[in-house]
Structures are given as C-alpha cells and as structure tokens.
Design a protein around this ligand. Structure first.
Ligand code: ADP
Ligand code: GLC
Length: 490
C-alpha cells in the first residue's frame, strides 16, 4: 500500500511527547512489511537537517496551498529520510508559521494564537504535496487534531481528484483532551463550505472543532490502546466528544504502541554506568548508585522512585505534589525529570530545598537522563489521570523499574498488578486517582521492597522479558489500512 502519514512531530526532528516517538518509528516498521510509507511534517526552526548529517534536498521549490479567504500561500518542501530507513519524510517549509523555536507554545507555555491556521495549513499542504509528487496514496493517515482536517479535505475538496480517487483515510487519536477548538471563522480558511458547519461534522457549540470533523470524516479510527478506545466513549474520558465517538464505535480500534527494543536495551545501552539483563541484574545496582550521584542524593540502599513526564494535568503531577512531603517521611528517594506548567517549576525546587537527601528534580528535557532514571530506579511513577498508551511504563518494564500506575488506558493494558500472595505481576496499580490511593500504593510498593525482596526481584525479571514491539503494532495498522481501503472501495 501507499501510505501518506501526516503529523505535527516526529523523532528525531521535533518532539514534545509520545506522538513523535510513534511517527518516528511506525513508518519504518510498515516499510519493513513492504509498504511505501511517506511522512509529512512542518520544518520548524529546530529541524536542522544539515547538522543532523542526514541527506536532504529541496524537492518542491514552490507549493501552492489554498487557504480559503486567505488566498493561496506558497511554501517549499524538503525531503529527507527517517534515520536507519529508506522512509522519505517531507518537511513543509513556511517560515511565517513554522520558523519558531517551539512547536505549539511560546516560551511561557501559551499556545500560539495562529495554531489553527498553522495546522490547517499543514493538513492542506500534505494534500497538495501528494498531487505535486504524483503520489497516489491508498491511505492518508492523520494523527490528533493537528492533522484531523486531512480526512475532511479528502471527503470534500479532493473527493473527485484523480490523485485521491481510491484513497481512504485513518485518524489516530493519541489524546482526546486537545481537539483544535477555534472561532468559527476558521470555516472560511478551511474553505470546505459552511454546509459542513453542522452538529455532526465541524460545529461544536458554535465553534469549529477540527478533531470532531476528523472523527466524522475518517474512513476508520483508532486509538493507541484497547483500554483507551473503550474509555473515550464515556464522559469521564471523552472530553465532550464521547457521543461522537460512540456513533462510530464500530469503526474504532485500539492498537497499542510499541517501543524500539534496540534503543531501549539495558544489555547494550551505552548511556548507562553498567549494563544488565534479566539473568544478571548486578549492573542495575551500579546504575542506581550512579543515578544517586548524578542527582546529588546520598548513595544509600533505599527504594528509589523515578518519574519522567510532561508536568501537566494529564499526568497527575498535582496529586503527587499534594502528598510529596508525607511520602518523604518514608525512607525512600524520589527522582523527577520534566517540565510543563509554571507552578511545578516553582514547587518542586522547593521540595528539593526541604528534602535535599531524599528528593531531586531536573527541570527540562533530557533524552539521555531518561535512560539513566529507568535503569537506576526501583520503581517508576505514572499517576496519569488518563493515558492513551504511555511509553514510559514500557521503558520501565524493560529496565526493571517496576511501574506504579493509575489503572487507565494503556497503563492498565500493559501492567499486571502485583499479587502479594503468590508474588505474580509486573507492577503496582490503583483504581481511582486520589492522594490517598497514590500514597497507599507507593506505601505498598515500599513495604514490598523492604519486606518481600524476592517478590520484587521476580517481578523485575518478569517485566524485563515482556515485549511490546513495533512489529506487532505495524501488523495492526496494516490490517486497519486494508479494512479502510476495502470500506472505501465498497
Ligand atoms: P505523552 O506523549 O503524553 O507525553 P508518552 O508516555 O507517550 O506520553 O511519551 C512521552 C515521551 O516523551 C517518552 O518518550 C518520554 O520518555 C519522553 N519525555 C517526556 N518528558 C521528557 C523529558 N523531560 N525529557 C526527556 N524525555 C521526556
Ligand atoms: C499521547 C498520549 C500518550 C501516548 C502518545 C503516543 O501523547 O498522551 O499516552 O503514548 O500520545 O501515542
């Protein structure tokens, strides 16, 4: 199949979260299955192709992108490849929209005021690019609200275009909280006609909701875990779109993300102080000591809890903040890495001042430190309010940091709860995110570490042998694409 995947971020070029991991990895595995996959994303300022030492060239010097009443805007397109693959990736270069240091927000964390136009432009540019390249896709694969206009365009403005005659579309929901809700004047920029501004398609309480338009128009839909696919049909997780999603429940699947086991392998990981495997765990103790030194904590044999996250509402960081002083009354250490909402950047450094021997937090983004936290930690905290898939718990399982998770979405699907009678399980789960449930579960893990070390070690070995591979996910997407195509033709 010929597949055009459109997204706002992709590893290694630009990343704020797991979406970039998916778009950087999935196409490579689809290509290995024999498909012609190509990726389209913006060329942000941080996409420095020359400095990455990757081959690149300008493939379309001038691409016209109609933007409704704004008229036609002209961009250029660069082509490069996803590393360690032949997968072409196209970068839409349009300085006015993408010539910025950050992807979605300004330095204060406020969303850019023109994000609606920036991502409608990306979606439309992808359509125009396929035409310019004479690339006749079987599948247009959109991801999240940023590119949810792609299925809308396919069904409307490009319905009779020979390039898209046989194309079906797939929309992957990585996160229902962000929907691309804007002033209804955006209809004039989309240019599909106001007849599509109705309660089934793009209209949402008098505003335009791009994700809703995509949900209506995509041939088939998926989320990144089976659990989340069920959850988003309920008010607690649907963020107002649960009804729309229920209407399409028969067309919605859950396909779990994978991780790259070449990159995330404690047996070979060059970023670690020592390597280890489930058969020989000694190196993990060395990694733990190295982590304590690196984070400025005393080297002591106490349970170390790691956390790596965006510090936002989704991730439940506020609940952890509410109990952190009480947690640190236990003989444990907590190590955090992340950035996000401003209060967290004030709050956690103060915790460090109060508990310098037990708590350390690095604010910011640090790809390499993630590996060392996973390797050095005994436990890994993920108190997410909702988690469509989650990647860190998968890294944690592989690195023997037992995940402690709120049993939602992908966290519930990938972690098996500890049973203290027989010692089975791969982590610790709680149902219902409250301060008490989080405190009690961390207390339970701490108790187990001190009193049932044989259970902890067995769980570590068990978790390290679990596999959530991209190859399995790619097979799921292949089936989804085939079904979408059959549906479209029928
Ligand atoms: P989300 O996409 O909601 O943020 P995921 O668990 O799917 O959640 O993916 C997050 C990805 O971003 C993981 O690869 C994680 O390691 C990475 N990440 C998050 N915060 C940081 C950080 N501060 N430094 C480095 N990597 C980070
Ligand atoms: C989103 C979700 C996360 C998921 C990622 C990749 O950012 O929050 O759970 O793993 O997308 O699909």
């Amino acid at each position: 199949m010929k597949i055009l995947m459109v997204a706002s971020e992709a590893v290694p070029f630009a990343k704020t979260g797991g979406l970039a991991d998916v778009v950087g990895a999935l196409p490579r595995f689809l290509a290995e299955l024999g498909h012609d996959v190509r990726v389209v994303m913006p060329r942000y300022t941080k996409v420095l192709l020359r400095e990455n030492g990757i081959k690149f060239e300008k493939v379309v010097p001038l691409l016209g992108v109609p933007m409704g009443i704004m008229g036609e805007l002209w961009c250029s397109v660069w082509e490069s490849q996803l590393p360690e693959s032949e997968v072409p990736i196209y970068f839409i270069e349009f300085e006015q929209y993408y010539g910025r240091n950050r992807i979605y927000t300004d330095a204060r964390g406020e969303g850019f005021l023109d994000n609606d136009n920036r991502f409608v432009f990306l979606s439309r540019a992808a359509m125009q690019l396929a035409k310019a390249l004479h690339f006749k896709p079987d599948i247009l694969h959109a991801n999240d609200w940023h590119t949810a206009a792609v299925p809308v365009f396919l069904n409307t403005l490009y319905r009779n275009d020979p390039v898209f005659k046989d194309a079906a579309s797939v929309l992957t929901l990585h996160n229902l909280q962000h929907q691309g809700v804007y002033y209804r004047g955006l209809m004039d920029v989309l240019g599909v006609g106001w007849q599509h501004f109705n309660y089934l398609e793009l209209e949402y309480h008098r505003t335009v909701n791009l994700l809703k338009g995509g949900l209506y128009h995509a041939t088939l839909l998926n989320t990144v875990s089976a659990g989340y696919a069920d959850e988003i049909q309920t008010p607690a997780f649907g963020y107002g779109l649960e009804g729309v999603i229920r209407d399409r429940a028969d067309d919605l699947r859950g396909i779990l993300n994978g991780i790259d086991y070449d990159l995330w392998n404690p047996e070979t990981d060059p970023l670690l102080a020592a390597n280890y495997s489930h058969l020989a765990l000694q190196g993990k103790a060395v990694c733990k000591q190295a982590l304590q030194v690196e984070m400025g904590l005393p080297v002591r044999d106490v349970p170390v809890f790691g956390l790596v996250s965006r510090f936002v509402n989704q991730k439940g960081i506020d609940v952890l903040a509410g109990i952190i002083d009480r947690l640190l009354e236990m003989d444990i250490q907590i190590v955090m890495l992340g950035s996000g909402e401003w209060w967290a950047h004030v709050f956690f450094p103060e915790v460090r001042e109060r508990h310098p021997k037990q708590f350390a937090c690095q604010l910011g983004y640090n790809d390499e430190l993630v590996h060392r936290i996973e390797a050095g930690a005994d436990f890994f905290l993920m108190p997410s309010r909702f988690e469509p898939c989650g990647l860190n718990q998968l890294y944690s399982l592989r690195y023997g940091a037992l995940p402690i998770v709120h049993a939602v979405g992908g966290l519930d699907d990938t972690v098996e709860n500890y049973d203290d009678r027989g010692g089975s399980g791969t982590g610790f789960k709680f149902w219902g995110l409250t301060r008490t449930s989080l405190y009690d579960t961390i207390g339970w893990a701490t108790y187990t570490w001190y009193n049932r070390p044989e259970h902890v070690e067995a769980m570590i070995r068990r978790g390290m042998q679990q596999r959530f591979t991209w190859n399995d996910s790619a097979l799921g997407y292949e089936k989804l694409y085939e079904d979408a195509l059959a549906r479209r033709r029928g």
